[in-house]
Every structure is written in structure tokens, then in C-alpha cells.
Design a protein around this ligand. Structure first.
Ligand SMILES: Nc1nc2c(ncn2[C@@H]2O[C@H](COP(=O)(O)OP(=O)(O)O)[C@@H](O)[C@H]2O)c(=O)[nH]1
Ligand SMILES: [Mg+2]
Length: 308
């Protein structure tokens, strides 16, 4: 699959300047001042910074094993071991990119529960793609919530993207179908499909999402080129339930982690990679149009272990 853009070709993002102080606060505390005496509290501190159980155990086991065998010593040795293992967990995200169609429109399906930041993330992504010279269409397939179609159309106008919307209560799959058809006719490069804020416990809505996916696949072979779940960085362990629930209905290809500016527990990124192997591809760092960054795992690890 072709690539729309990827981390490596980019210069270091400005993400760290802006969110590192906040998003990595607890993480930096968790790994800071580590020595053999404090090794036993490392587990607790990592859990407190939202690393989740599997990643925490992997990190603690690794460092303890090395310490026990006498392979690492002192604060710097332990930190080095921890840093290396954290980088290993995040490694799959370093090859992360946004896929693109070889020809015809590229379609991204954006899903997630209500209020996580889907519509805002779509507006930001549309804005960014437009700045990179792509033509963009947004499709308001969230026909469930009153005001959702309107919200996306306002964003579309602001960023200068084409817009296709349905009626409130209308068939979301039909909106996606129409959008792809229009994009083919107009030779639009990228179609971003917004979907309803589905409480993952709401089975009918999940089945509707599945239908949107099916219709997209049928209308355009190879699509959707990305199925991204938007997660709110502040939700901690709820992320797990949401990823699991959506995975039952659609095949997720990555994560947009919104609201990273609103948490001090950036460890959730490590948690998501270790638990699901799903790369965090983009992070939201604020409510403005420019507040979307490509996730850079190396810069993340650097941010965690910088001079603390
Ligand atoms: N601080 C912050 N707020 C965000 C971010 N992304 C979205 N929001 C806010 O979260 C709220 C819900 O966003 P919305 O896109 O409507 O969520 P949706 O229901 O998933 O479509 C809005 O008030 C957004 O401004 C982010 O990266 N940082
Ligand atoms: Mg929305």
C-alpha cells in the first residue's frame, strides 16, 4: 500500500515542546530517581502513570532480571535498561504511517465512542492533508447524534474540505457510499468518514458501523485504507474495553490518541502498544486545528528519559 505520510520523513515534531511537560509528568516521575532500592516501587509508579499491567510487568521483569544477574548497576544502568525495553515496546509504532490507495481515493474510517474527539481529529487531519496539497472530503456518517452533521460541516468549511452529509437519522452507510462516489467523480485524494459516537455497549450502532465498513469495502476494493479508533488519553484503563469492543466489529489499523495535552499519564501510549500491538499513529494535543501530531516513538522515549 502506498503511504500518505510517515513519521520518518518528518523533522522532529513540536509535540514534545508543548506536551512533554504535562503528558509525561507522571511517567518521568515513575522512571526518575530509580535505583535498586526503589525498584520495588517501580511497578506501582508505572501503573500509576497508565502503563497498564502487561507493559508494567514486562518492564519491571526485564529490569529486575538484569539487576539480579548483575548486568546493570546503579541509577544510570537501570534507567538505560528501562529505556531500552520501553523503546522495544514502542518499536512497532516507528514504522507507522498512514496508508494510501495506489489509485483512486484513499478512505479512512474514523470510529470511537462519543466525546473522545473524533470530529475534531477529522477536522485537524483534513486541515493537515490540505496543507500538504491533498484534496479532502469529509463524510458525516454520524447521523445518530443531533448536531453532529452540522458540526462537521462547519469544520469542513473552515478548513476548506469538501463535505458530504446525510439526514439526521439517515443511513450512515449510504453517506459513506455517496462520499466515495463523489470523491471518485471529483478525483478527491482523501475521504475521511466520521461515524456516530457509539457507546460500545450499544450493539445496534456497532452493527451499523460494521455495515458502513462493509459498504465502503464493497464500493471501493482496498478501502478503508485505515480504520482508526480515536481514544481519549485521559480514560486510562477504559481504553482497553473500547479497543476490544470495536475490534469485534471492525478491523482496526491504528489509534488517534486525542487529548494527550489533558493527561499527565502518557504511559497509556506504551500500554496500547504492548496490549494490542496497535500503533498510535497520531496524537491530539489541543482543541485547535494545528494540534495534531504524528506520533514519534523515539521522541517519546527521549522525552521520558531526558535529564530527570
Ligand atoms: N484538550 C483537547 N481537547 C480535545 C482534543 N480533541 C478533541 N477535544 C475536545 O473534545 C470534545 C469532544 O470532541 P468531538 O470531536 O466533538 O468528539 P466526538 O464526539 O468523538 O466527535 C470537544 O470539546 C473538543 O474540542 C485534544 O486533542 N485536546
Ligand atoms: Mg463527533
Amino acid at each position: 500500500m502506498a503511504r500518505l505520510f510517515r513519521t520518518r520523513s518528518e523533522k522532529k515534531t513540536s509535540l514534545w515542546g508543548r506536551v512533554v511537560k504535562l503528558a509525561l509528568t507522571d511517567v518521568r516521575v515513575a522512571v526518575g530517581g530509580m535505583d535498586t532500592d526503589t525498584l520495588e516501587t517501580l511497578e506501582e509508579r508505572l501503573l500509576g502513570a497508565d502503563f497498564g499491567v502487561p507493559a508494567t510487568l514486562r518492564l519491571v521483569d526485564k529490569v529486575e532480571e538484569l539487576a539480579r544477574k548483575g548486568k546493570v548497576r546503579g541509577r544510570d544502568g537501570l534507567r538505560g535498561a528501562l529505556q531500552e525495553e520501553m523503546a522495544a515496546i514502542l518499536a512497532p509504532a516507528s514504522e507507522a504511517f498512514l496508508g494510501a490507495a495506489d489509485s483512486g481515493p484513499t478512505v479512512y474510517l474514523i470510529c470511537g465512542v462519543n466525546g473522545v474527539g473524533k470530529t475534531t481529529s477529522i477536522a485537524k487531519l483534513a486541515h493537515r492533508l490540505l496543507q500538504e496539497g491533498q484534496s479532502v472530503m469529509v463524510a458525516a456518517a454520524d447521523t445518530f447524534r443531533a448536531g453532529a452533521v452540522e458540526q462537521l460541516s462547519v469544520w469542513a468549511e473552515r478548513v476548506g474540505a469538501d463535505f458530504i452529509g446525510g439526514q439526521k437519522g439517515g443511513d450512515p452507510a449510504a453517506v459513506a457510499f455517496d462520499a466515495i462516489e463523489a470523491a471518485e467523480t471529483r478525483e478527491t485524494d482523501v475521504v475521511l468518514v466520521d461515524t456516530a459516537g457509539r457507546l460500545h455497549t450499544h450493539k445496534n450502532l456497532m452493527e451499523e458501523l460494521q455495515k458502513v465498513d462493509r459498504v465502503v469495502q464493497k464500493k471501493l476494493p482496498g478501502a478503508p485504507h485505515e480504520t482508526l479508533i480515536v481514544l481519549d488519553a485521559t480514560i486510562g484503563q477504559n481504553a482497553r474495553a473500547q479497543v476490544e469492543a470495536f475490534s469485534r466489529f471492525v478491523s482496526l489499523s491504528g489509534i488517534i490518541l486525542a487529548k494527550l495535552d489533558s493527561t499527565a499519564r502518557g504511559g497509556i501510549v506504551v500500554n496500547l502498544l504492548e496490549e494490542f500491538g496497535l500503533p498510535v499513529k497520531l496524537v491530539g494535543t489541543g482543541e485547535g486545528l494545528e494540534d495534531l501530531e504524528v506520533f514519534d516513538p523515539e521522541a517519546f522515549v527521549e522525552g521520558v528519559f531526558q535529564d530527570s
